[in-house]
Design a protein around this ligand. Sequence first.
Ligand code: FES
Ligand SMILES: [Fe+2]
Length: 387
Amino acid sequence: MGEAFRLKPDAYFDPDWLKLEQQQLFPDTWCFAGTVKDFAAPGDYRVVDVGWSSLAVILGKDGTLAAVHNFCRHRGAALFDKASGNAGSTIVCPYHRWTYGLDGALRGLPDRQSCFADLDRANLSLKPAAIGVFREFVFVNPNAAARFEDWIAPVADKAWPHDLFASDVKEAVPLIYDVKCNWKIFAENAVDGYHLAYLHEQTLGGPTPDKNVWERAGDHMVWYANEDGIRHRLPKKIRDEAGSSGLIKSASATGYGGVYFLFPLTLVVPTPFGLSVTSMKPLAPDRTRLDVRQWVGPWQATDERKYIPGYDKTTGIISSENWTQPPLETGDFQTEDIWICEKVQRGLEMPGFEFGPLSRGPGAEDPIRWFHESLHRTMKLAQQQDV
Ligand code: FES
Ligand SMILES: [Fe+2]
């Protein structure tokens, strides 16, 4: 007998469950926001959505990175339209032109004497969010009081093979996926060691659960695989060439993970030929956006979108709605994962569906159980969520 599933099916499609996550999970959630290299000049900013919060990370005049909530303190207009750019020396709300410094302080507003004679500007700074930097990566949390060190500490001593700032490392074009499943289905699939040799037989070809292991690191998880178990994942040519790039500090080194799941919304995937960071953004109970940033070595092209199944060059979005060939014949394991996640979404919404048991083992479905434990604890779920 395996482990019982600790969430009920409605956790994956009921709008009330999403509301619960909006109240008890996402307001205090760390998520990837970019790299320190994204913020080179004062005023450089990036907007990142964490659950239902929109946060802006901005480099101040003094070189300090800060994160603020992307809403105006007057009547709430979102301040930044673009995902990234340079704000200049101030942040100006387009509605009534309240003007903030890069540090978020309210500097001025039109017609102050006649319209706001006794306004206390000091209480109307942009609302701060929390920010943290770990190995060139910038993370944000809507909760200004959140402690980054506490969240990142469990993975801080894990090996990390890539140097994003090596001279021959290039950033590839970011990818945007629109996946028709609950964000937790995508997360669970990402940490599921049981499916790799079966769903991905034609692409990854393994490893089987006995040849891979997930290690728990606080609420995070790191995946390690016995190389023999991954028949197609590390082609020898790439592995040999990778050794000459600065991207790979040590391509032949063992000890670094193949996937880092940073609870609950970020996935870091280093390989000998590149590194990608995926942020999950829940859009609806049955819909998730994936924002994927990727860095590659000198031998890789920086724009391969036209080869990605479901890529629509008009919208720039990758979606199963645009697939033109059977997903299992694409040779793309991400397509296989999206295909199965969307099938699971449909299945667990069907009347009469009940979850079966989870397989045991750190190379099988233990990580899904750990994910549920972390959700239970973080969201203070009532015991009745236990099946
Ligand atoms: S809502 Fe921003 S100035 Fe009025
Ligand atoms: Fe997969």
